[in-house]
Each structure stands twice: as C-alpha cells, then as structure tokens.
Design a protein around this ligand. Structure first.
Ligand code: ZN
Length: 150
C-alpha cells in the first residue's frame, strides 16, 4: 500500500499515549518534527474489531491499521503506542524519536496555558523538502552512542 515506505517502527513511547486517548491532535512544535504537519491519525481498534487485547494479531487488523495510516508518516494506536514509517532507517528512527519528543513538548506548552504558535504547514513543507534536513550527522551520533553501549 505504501511503496515509499522502506522502514517501519512500532513504539510504546509513553508521551504518545495521551494523544491517542484524547481528541487533542498532535501538532508540529519545532523543526525536527515538521513531518507531523502531514497529519498523525489515530487508529481505534474498537472501530474495526470491537473489544480485543489491542494487539495487531492478524493480517486483517494489519490491513485496517494501514488504511488508517493512509499516506501519513505515522499513526497513533489508541491506548497502545504508534506505528511510524519512513523512506530510510535513519528517517524512521528520527521520526520516532522526534514524534515522542514533540508530544512531550506539546503537553508542556499546553500546560503553560494561552495560545501556542505551532509550525505552519508551509514551514513544514520547506523543512521536509530538504531530504533528511541534517539528519545524517545526528544518525551517526545515535549509531556511535548505541555501539559504545555494548
Ligand atoms: Zn505494541
């Protein structure tokens, strides 16, 4: 369904859970999370299969999840986590990290009260048009960090 997708991450990042169980949409807070401007839908498993153990246990539910994902970069899974897609391993890992960080930042900004200036769609398009927008150096840093932990 998504020939552009090379890599997928499934995450249970705690900061994403509130956005899957409320009607508050995730919105892009900062430049590293510009892809959020393309929309992050919520997969409600009850709508597809009624009461379940909330896991994608068969190909039908997998298909249902990809239908909700559509052309978006990620989808939240209500009460479970998220699935994140990308055109490369560095991009999908980066999107996963920045999606979770954006959720934390958005909740912090919302708790401060008052209006929030989210990223404009045009700003997001300009950032996303720069392939990887500086991710290569960050990716090398993440790899070094993981390799030195062994
Ligand atoms: Zn899971």
């Amino acid at each position: 369904m998504r020939p552009d997708v090379v890599a997928v991450v499934h995450t249970h990042a705690p900061s994403l859970i509130p956005f899957g169980v409320t009607k508050v949409p995730l919105k892009p807070m900062y430049h590293r999370s510009a892809f959020i401007s393309f929309g992050i839908p919520v997969f409600e498993i009850r709508d597809r299969a009624g009461m379940t153990d909330m896991l994608i246990r068969n190909p039908t539910l997998g298909h249902d999840l990809t239908e909700v994902l559509g052309s978006h970069p990620a989808a939240l899974m209500r009460g479970h986590g998220a699935v994140v897609t990308g055109p490369s391993l560095p991009r999908v890992v980066g999107r996963t990290i920045f999606l979770a960080l954006n959720a934390t930042l958005q909740m912090q900004a919302m708790s401060m009260g008052g209006p929030i200036t989210y990223m404009d769609d045009e700003e997001a398009r300009k950032i996303e048009a720069r392939e990887g927008h500086g991710l290569a150096r960050t990716w090398e840093g993440w790899k070094r960090k993981v390799m030195t932990k062994q």
